[in-house]
Design a protein around this ligand. Structure first.
Ligand code: HH2
Length: 282
């Protein structure tokens, strides 16, 4: 089977949370050596980018002081930077700047405010939408039209970043950040609206709570984190089919396989004709 290059599929951003309290993998890779080893696993699984974060964004998560966040992420960014593209998942200017100096080339910014840092450091920037900080974001979130409001805010920020000279800008609807299950579904249904802005779109649904709710069992209990791979893959695949250029995931190997199948507009199911020379169709 021909091996697809990243030109032929959407990009996969592998999640590396160097935190004690992230919602799905908190504490698993909290020590630097374990985090670095996990980073190499993500590379081996096919991650195009490893997203290093030192502060959980889950609802109610504790805020992490700057010095502690630097202590968590810098050794990991430094060790992985020569081997893979590294993004830094932070909302702190100082952390973003130090991570860029240590080798990160993309700032993954869930606050959508750090474009001046990206411009100054000459790195890419992800603008993610959220309605408020982690302390309050899930308290009765409301929108008149969630897709339009999210699109408008992201397009405005991305335009400001472009004017400031940032030359790689991604927009991300922020699934689960101040959104109900219904809001998340509307945003997924409306990804093409974000794509129509012309900015490349990143989507992160991996293992999130709404997938558990939608997979509630006959006992009335939502599917736990460890049982959300099917929903994670289905939503990542859906997002790519709607035009997303990158997905942010915990389960890199499985997602890479899905992205290879779906392909970019030039390959995979979306242009099956180009695959006809594949030998074994069984
Ligand atoms: N989701 C999380 C964190 N960062 N960044 C982007 N761009 N998009 C997302 O959807 C996104 C993100 C939350 O997931 P996770 O990192 O697994 O959990 P935690 O914040 O608890 O560390």
């Amino acid at each position: 089977m021909p091996v697809a290059t990243t030109e032929e599929r959407a990009l996969v951003m592998g999640i590396l949370n160097v935190t004690p309290d992230s919602f799905s993998d908190g504490g698993n890779w909290f020590e630097a050596d374990r985090a670095i080893a996990r980073g190499f696993e993500l590379i081996a699984e096919g991650a195009d980018i490893v997203d290093v974060g030192g502060e959980s964004t889950r609802p109610g998560a504790a805020l992490v002081p700057v010095e502690e966040e630097l202590r968590r992420v810098l050794p990991v960014v430094t060790a992985l930077g020569p081997h893979v593209r590294v993004s830094i998942d932070t909302t702190k200017e100082v952390v973003a700047e130090a991570a860029a100096a240590a080798g990160a080339t993309l700032i993954n910014d869930v606050s959508a405010t750090l474009w001046p840092v990206a411009a100054r450091c000459g790195v890419g920037w992800v603008a993610m939408h959220r309605s408020a900080g982690p302390a309050t974001m899930q308290e009765d979130p409301r929108y008149d039209d969630v897709v339009t409001e999210v699109r408008d805010l992201l397009a405005e920020r991305a335009g400001q970043a472009a004017d400031a000279g940032v030359n790689e800008i991604w927009i991300d609807p922020g699934i689960g950040f101040g959104k109900t299950v219904q809001h998340n579904l509307e945003l997924l249904a409306g990804i093409d609206t974000l794509v129509a802005t012309g900015f490349p779109v990143l989507v992160g649904t991996s293992r999130k709570a709404f997938l558990g709710v939608l997979a509630t069992g006959p006992d009335g209990v939502p599917a736990p984190v460890a049982e959300r791979l099917p929903g994670s893959l289905a939503t990542a695949t859906w997002a790519i089919c709607q035009g997303a250029g990158m997905v942010r995931v915990h389960d890199v190997a499985a997602t890479v396989q899905a992205t290879l199948l779906v392909g970019r507009p030039t390959g995979g199911i979306r242009n099956a004709g180009s695959m006809l020379d594949m030998e074994d169709g069984s």
